[in-house]
Design a protein around this ligand. Structure first.
Ligand code: SF4
Length: 185
């Protein structure tokens, strides 16, 4: 009987999907990864709900609304190891640029006053369907909401970094972050 594969789940919260694209960018190494890994809940395979407890959860994006928080908490509950992938997950990233602006102003810019909407919403309607997730007061990095075990920096993190980190975790080796990905000069 073969070795049990590592079960990986992924989610995109408030992000641009670039981190997931980078994960797919590992090119032909995806074949060797498939020997080691099975994907559970993930936009990669469109599985919407967890089907089992997972070894590794990978989170792209920050938390800007109540749904992001629920998804993130669900990942923490269903994954042994949780990884923040990319600057949005680690620091809020681009979505957190709204943090210095009153939320009302953000909403009015998006739906009433922005150059792509001005004049196209004559009844001045702001989205108010109760089904819509509530915006948070500001955008939060993932570790502000749940415990995160590992952080992979970059916008997006390179395919090499993601691949090497996953292989290290799966094989029980130390996950190394090269100096180039954590330097600030
Ligand atoms: S870190 Fe960069 S690539 Fe990843 S979701 Fe955020 S903006 Fe997109």
């Amino acid at each position: 009987m073969g070795q049990k594969k590592t079960i990986v789940a992924t989610a995109s919260l408030a992000g641009c999907f670039g981190c997931h694209m980078s994960l797919l960018d590992i090119d032909e190494r995806i074949l060797s990864l498939i020997d080691l890994v099975d994907f559970d809940k993930s936009p990669i395979n469109d599985i919407k709900k967890f089907t089992e407890y997972c070894d590794i959860g990978i989170i792209e994006g920050s938390c800007c609304n109540s749904e992001n928080v629920n998804v993130l908490k669900d990942f923490r509950k269903n994954c042994r190891i949780l990884i923040s992938l990319g600057e949005c997950a680690i620091m809020g990233g681009i979505p957190a640029m709204r943090n210095g602006i009153p939320i009302r102003e953000c909403i009015e810019e998006a739906y009433l006053n922005g150059p792509s909407v001005k004049g196209h919403n004559p009844e001045m309607i702001l989205p108010n369907d109760p089904e819509l997730p509530m915006l948070l007061d500001k955008v939060y990095p993932c570790h502000d909401i749940v415990k995160i075990d590992y952080f992979l920096p970059g916008c997006p993190p390179s395919a090499d970094l993601i691949y090497n980190a996953l292989v290290a975790l799966i094989t029980g080796n130390e996950m190394k972050l090269p100096y180039e990905v954590i330097k600030y000069d």
